[in-house]
Design a protein around this ligand. Structure first.
Ligand code: BG6
Length: 461
């Protein structure tokens, strides 16, 4: 692609996300020759990390920690384009001057990519500053989740955004949508007559979206205290997977069509009933750094959601995710009904299992005839490893893929304003009730009540 020259402005440039995902992502895009030929990166934040040289040093260390086989010449070239300028919501004059100076060196028609990796409470102030300083012109804004903390604060934030920019300048990032395996769901469904005709309540008895993580706070205690698992994982990542599974045929692969289809699925998503939700907190969470001694923040959520439309009426979507759990997985299971035939009585339903790993893994548990003299059934598994079948010549990690999409101006894998608003409406009954989390043992599958949520049990565990 021939991309126009860009200034990439990164707020939160000294933070965890920038070190773990953004700079490594930029590095890998640079290594793949996927960045514009002319670009500059300006990091910003309230506190200066020191001189530009010291900031570059910090970024370089982050790259060495996260990238295997770092190509020094690519890293040097990237670092040579990096600088830092302090700013805050009240004062962006120096930053604006730095951006204009960088642009003068980049030629004509320079675009701006503004990456806002800042807490939801700081977002509106930063965007207003960008507007005042004229930095929203020619700009695309990448907004990190959570997009607000509830319906009301989302609406406020969104109104503040729309005062400064048009919706088509806004890219609400949910990196799960950037995962190859999530995009593969579209291919699976809409390119295979084997699956599409069965993708509905007549064939499917329940859906499980299960994202356990072994990881604990890892220094993110204060982020978690202000966010919690429902906002960090469910109202964003897990619901976006649900939307991808549940949506109607978009008719074409385009931003308008796909986002409309997701929005329609979320419109049909029934607001959560707090009695269908189990919150949990792992034992030891309160001893984590920056966590309150009597914190009631949930580190685990399991719930049942329903999509009220012809395709999915009464099919439970069981969602589960949490920290300090027994395994790290991202597993979607579609549990099929047994066929109507009376030949085998009431056999177990098949399961189509999608592992949303870097190399997508798909398996189907189905019934076969047990070899031998009698007509008896046994369960067998059919497996497809995309890593083997369709090796990835140009692996793009989710963040890389999505940063590239912003540079290209492609909104397909980004949440639209109305989509996001609807997801807050769906979550609001739980946010209002917010029952106390139930304790669970680290290394387990969560509180007992959550184990009983899915009829027939969870696939994992
Ligand atoms: C992030 C959440 O968005 O996603 C983290 O803030 C979570 O809490 C992470 O661990 C999981 O992402 P991935 O790509 O590792 O599955």
């Amino acid at each position: 692609d021939d991309l126009s020259p860009h200034v990439l402005l990164v707020f939160g440039a000294t933070g965890d996300l920038a070190a773990r995902k953004l700079f490594p992502g930029l590095y890998r895009l640079a290594a793949a020759g996927r960045l514009p030929s002319d670009y500059a990166v300006i990091g910003s934040g309230r506190h200066s990390p020191g001189t530009d040289a010291e900031f570059r040093q910090q970024v370089a260390e982050g790259l060495r920690d996260t990238v295997d086989d770092l190509d020094e010449s690519v890293a040097e070239d990237l670092l040579g384009r990096v600088s830092f300028q302090t700013s805050d919501a009240d004062d962006g004059a120096d930053l604006a001057a730095a951006v204009r100076e960088a642009e003068d060196g980049l030629g004509d028609d320079v675009r701006r990519l503004v990456y806002l990796s800042v807490p939801p409470t700081a977002m509106a102030g930063m965007v207003a500053m960008l507007g005042r300083e004229g930095l929203t012109e020619r700009a695309r804004l990448v907004i990190e989740k959570p997009f607000g903390l509830d319906l009301e604060s989302f609406v406020e934030l969104d109104d503040a955004l729309h005062e400064e920019v048009d919706e088509d300048q806004v890219f609400r990032i949910d990196h799960f949508l950037g995962k190859e395996a999530v995009q593969n769901v579209f291919a699976l469904r809409f390119a295979n007559a084997l699956f599409e005709p069965a993708w509905n309540r007549r064939s499917i008895a329940q859906v499980q979206i299960d994202v356990p993580e072994t990881l604990r706070m890892e220094g993110r205690g204060s982020f978690y205290e202000s966010t919690g698992c429902l906002r960090d994982m469910v109202s964003t990542h897990l619901f976006q997977i649900l939307g991808t599974i549940a949506l109607e045929d978009p008719g074409e692969w385009s931003a308008d069509a796909v986002r409309q289809a997701r929005h329609d699925a979320f419109t049909a998503l029934r607001p959560l009933d707090p009695s269908d939700v189990v919150l949990g907190q792992y034992d030891g969470y309160r001893d984590e750094d920056d966590v309150d001694d009597d914190s009631d923040v949930e580190t685990f959520v399991a719930l049942t959601a329903y999509v009220d439309n012809d395709r999915w009426q009464d099919v439970p979507f069981h969602l589960r995710t949490g920290k300090a759990m027994a395994e790290t997985r991202r597993t979607v299971t579609l549990r099929f009904r047994a066929p109507e035939s009376a030949v085998f009585g009431d056999p177990d339903g098949d399961e189509l299992v999608l592992e949303l790993t870097d190399d997508a893994l798909i398996s189907v548990d189905l019934a076969g005839k047990k070899p031998g003299p009698d007509m008896e059934l046994a369960s067998a598994t059919m497996q497809l490893d995309f890593g083997d079948e369709l090796p990835d010549d140009e692996p793009l990690e989710a963040y890389e893929r999505l940063i590239l999409d912003v540079l290209r101006g492609d909104h397909t894998l980004f949440a639209r304003s109305d989509e996001t608003r609807r997801l807050w409406e769906v979550c609001q009954p739980v946010l209002d009730a917010m029952p106390d989390p139930q304790p669970y043992e680290p290394g387990s599958w969560g509180p007992q009540a959550a184990l009983d949520l899915a009829a027939g049990g969870w696939r994992l565990g």
